[in-house]
Design a binder for this molecule. Structure first.
Ligand code: FES
Ligand code: FES
Length: 172
């Protein structure tokens, strides 16, 4: 006989994370991945659910500033860690320069890959503010885009890089 436990009794794991800069407590079934927790328990559906096999890259988020495939990370591994999703990319009510550039240059078409590409590109530009085309191509190579052919994506990342440099210069 199959016995189904009530949903609440399955939530035996608990973590506290910094999600997009805010401390969040969440309880969940211990087998859940970070992707499932973000989407199902925290209603952060910007991160996309693709293959769940580590192959498409659509589920990428930043863990301590580095891209990870959230479908391959268990939630219980994330206690006390910093996580950034596309929902946290904008700054003080404004779109991030990457988001502006993607909109201006048509780098998001169906948009399914876009959240993962955006956070991955942010991580790259944080580390390499003057990234080359080859560095951009390599950084984004793990996220599959079936729509754009990637050219607009590379151009948008380069345009955002220029904008960020201008903003930084103006802030000095
Ligand atoms: S959902 Fe495809 S790599 Fe995670
Ligand atoms: S914009 Fe459609 S998959 Fe990239």
């Amino acid at each position: 006989m199959l016995i189904t436990l009530p949903a609440e009794s399955q939530k035996s794991a608990h973590i506290r994370i910094a999600l997009n800069g805010e401390h969040v407590d969440v309880s969940f079934a211990p087998y859940k991945t970070l992707l499932e927790i973000l989407r199902e328990d925290l209603s952060h559906t910007g991160t996309k659910h693709g293959c769940e096999l580590g192959e498409c890259g659509a589920c990428a988020v930043l863990l301590e500033g580095k891209p990870v495939l959230s479908c391959l990370v268990l939630g219980v591994e994330c206690d006390s860690r910093n996580i950034l999703t596309v929902e946290g990319l904008g700054l003080e009510g404004h779109l991030h320069p990457l988001q502006d550039a993607f909109a201006d240059l048509g780098a998001a078409q169906c948009g399914y890959c876009t959240p993962a590409i955006l956070v991955t590109a942010k991580s790259l530009l944080d580390e390499h503010p003057q990234a080359t085309r080859d560095q951009i191509r390599a950084a984004l190579s793990g996220v599959l885009c079936r729509c754009t052919g990637y050219l607009q994506i590379f151009e948008a990342v380069e345009a955002a890089m220029v904008k960020i440099a201008e903003q930084n210069a103006a802030a000095k």
